[in-house]
Design a protein around this ligand. Structure first.
Ligand code: 5GP
Ligand code: ZN
Length: 114
C-alpha cells in the first residue's frame, strides 16, 4: 500500500535496521525501543490489522511468531524470556496499520501491561 510506512520499509524506500528476512516476512529494530531488544516482525504483504486475517494467513502468522522466537534466541533471550505483542486498533495502541509482531527482551517486563 503506497502510503504505508512499513510497506515503504519493505520496499527499501525508508531505511531500517534489518535483523531477519525471508520470502514472507522481514524484521527490523524498532526506531523507539522499549527494551534492549525491540524488533518488529512484519509480513511483506500489507495487512492492516489482526481483524483482516483469514484462515489462509494462519501459516503466515505462524512464520511471524517463529521468526520472533528465532530472533530472541539469536539474542540469547530464549532462556531468560522475551515478550511478543500484537497491538490491534486504537485502544491497544496500534499506530502503524500494517500488522507487526513486537519482540521485546533484555529486561524484566511487567505484567499486566499498561
Ligand atoms: P504499534 O504502536 O503500531 O503497535 O507499533 C508501531 C511501532 O513502530 C512503534 O513501536 C514505533 O516505535 C515503530 N516505528 C514507527 N515508525 C518507525 C520507523 O520509521 N522505523 C522503525 N524502525 N520503527 C518505527
Ligand atoms: Zn503496509
Amino acid at each position: 500500500m503506497s502510503n504505508c510506512l512499513f510497506c515503504k520499509i519493505i520496499a527499501g524506500e525508508i531505511p531500517a535496521a534489518k535483523v531477519y528476512e525471508d520470502d514472507r516476512v522481514i524484521a527490523f529494530n524498532d526506531i523507539n525501543p522499549q527494551a534492549p531488544m525491540h524488533v518488529l516482525v512484519v509480513p511483506r504483504r500489507h495487512i492492516a490489522t489482526l481483524n483482516d486475517l483469514s484462515a489462509a494467513d494462519d501459516g503466515l502468522v505462524g512464520s511471524m511468531v517463529r521468526a520472533g522466537a528465532q530472533i530472541a534466541r539469536a539474542h540469547g533471550f530464549d532462556g531468560p524470556g522475551f515478550r511478543t505483542v500484537f497491538n490491534c486498533n486504537a485502544q491497544a495502541g496500534q499506530t502503524v496499520f500494517h500488522i507487526h509482531l513486537h519482540v521485546l527482551g533484555g529486561r524484566t517486563l511487567a505484567w499486566p501491561p499498561g
